[in-house]
Design a protein around this ligand. Structure first.
Ligand SMILES: *[C@@H]1O[C@H](CO)[C@@H](O)[C@H](O)[C@H]1NC(C)=O
Length: 361
């Protein structure tokens, strides 16, 4: 046996059946990685998707994706098997996955955990590629005996409606919690064209990503795409305060956050408060979001769906609760309240100026 990982992987694949990999939640990130992994021919790919996915496959006849370098993939129907649920795949079709990657909204995760519990999928590795913190802790409350690993996707993917392509719109490598199984998965993903790193400190990575996900809500409230929102000082100031408040809460709870982008975390709130012209200069160097990209919460609000606010600003409020000495989180609270209001009104996107969200004294 050679030691080179690629050679080792191809030897493994020749000698045994291809690993069975299942992706639940074929939205932006799920659709993007499905297209790349499915086209690699390294796995037996199974997708669990509902009507949206079926509609898309009917309309475009395949799943299409393009990465940041412009490499494209078209995943044909014959390259994967589509199931309407995990239960259908496992109990009726008798397929046993080695890996399940969950690319769902946190709001939909519990239902899947309950389903996995009933199916007794013990020998399978479950990878949670979801927003927010404490993903694994939460899953383990229901799935006490399963192997569950966290993963973090740092880049944005947009859905180009005109061409049906899931386009990666910012740079970054997916990070998965270090483990024997994630080494296999990372090899597969690397060789599929989705570079993936392993980390022994995935919680810190998630804590770091969370700081940036706080912007999902602000973008949804602004009612404009990310690039336009971030070009305005008022919204950046709100984000800056959300981040600083979160960093103070993390500090009080003894939680560390790994830097997600090149800048150290404590400098990000400061950079956000730079005047527009300086910020546009900084942002230009970061290959930021393309013009049309919005946040996932923007999409949820415009479709009157339940948002992930409980797992983002809401999670910070829960962490802040009961701290002694108390840590003030006024901007986090204001953003949280506004999203709750918009969520319950179910009127789609309502444009808020920065002052309508929070008035600084
Ligand atoms: C996967 O690719 C990344 C980025 O190129 C690299 O750093 C990493 O070592 C690779 N992992 C494996 C298991 O080959």
């Amino acid at each position: 046996m050679t030691d080179h990982p690629v050679a080792r992987l191809s030897q493994l694949i020749e000698t045994i059946d291809k690993p069975v990999l299942c992706i639940i939640g074929v939205g932006l990130i799920g659709g993007f990685i499905s297209s790349f992994i499915g086209c690699s021919d390294l796995v037996d790919l199974h997708l669990i998707g509902r009507q949206n996915l079926r509609n898309r496959l009917e309309r475009y006849e395949c799943l299409k994706a393009e990465n940041i370098d412009g490499t494209t993939r078209s995943l044909k129907n014959s390259d994967f098997t589509l199931h309407s649920s995990l239960t259908e795949m496992i109990q009726i079709k008798r397929i046993k996955p080695q890996f399940i990657i969950m690319c769902l909204k946190r709001t939909a995760a519990d239902e899947i955990y309950q389903e996995i519990k009933k199916l007794e999928l013990k020998s399978c590795t479950i990878v949670l590629m979801m927003n927010g913190i404490f993903t694994v802790t939460e899953a383990k409350k229901i799935l006490t005996n399963h192997k569950i690993l966290a993963a973090m996707c740092p880049f944005n993917v947009i859905d180009d409606q005109a061409t049906g392509v899931y386009k990666q719109s910012s740079k970054g490598n997916i990070i998965i919690e270090q483990d024997e199984q994630s080494e296999i998965l990372s090899n597969i993903m690397n060789n599929s064209g989705v570079p993936t790193l392993l980390s022994t400190q995935i919680e810190k990575v998630q804590n770091g990503k969370m700081l940036f996900n706080l912007n999902n809500a602000i973008c949804a409230l602004s009612g404009v795409p990310l690039s336009k929102e971030l070009s305005q000082y008022g919204y950046r100031r709100l984000l800056s305060h959300c981040m600083s408040e979160t960093l103070s809460v993390y500090y009080a709870r003894g939680m560390e956050a790994a830097p997600v982008f090149k800048l150290p975390n404590h400098l990000v709130p400061w950079a956000l408060c730079a005047p527009d012209w300086i910020f546009s200069y900084i942002a230009a160097g970061m290959a930021g979001p393309t013009e049309k990209a919005t946040s996932s919460m923007y999409e949820d609000v415009s479709n009157n769906r339940l948002t992930e606010i409980e797992y983002l600003q809401g999670a910070v409020l829960k962490l802040a609760n009961g701290l002694d000495p108390k840590i003030d989180t006024p901007v986090i609270q204001a953003v949280y309240d506004k999203i709750k209001q918009v969520e319950s009104n179910k009127c789609g996107i309502v444009k808020h100026t920065p002052e309508m969200i929070y008035q600084f004294k």
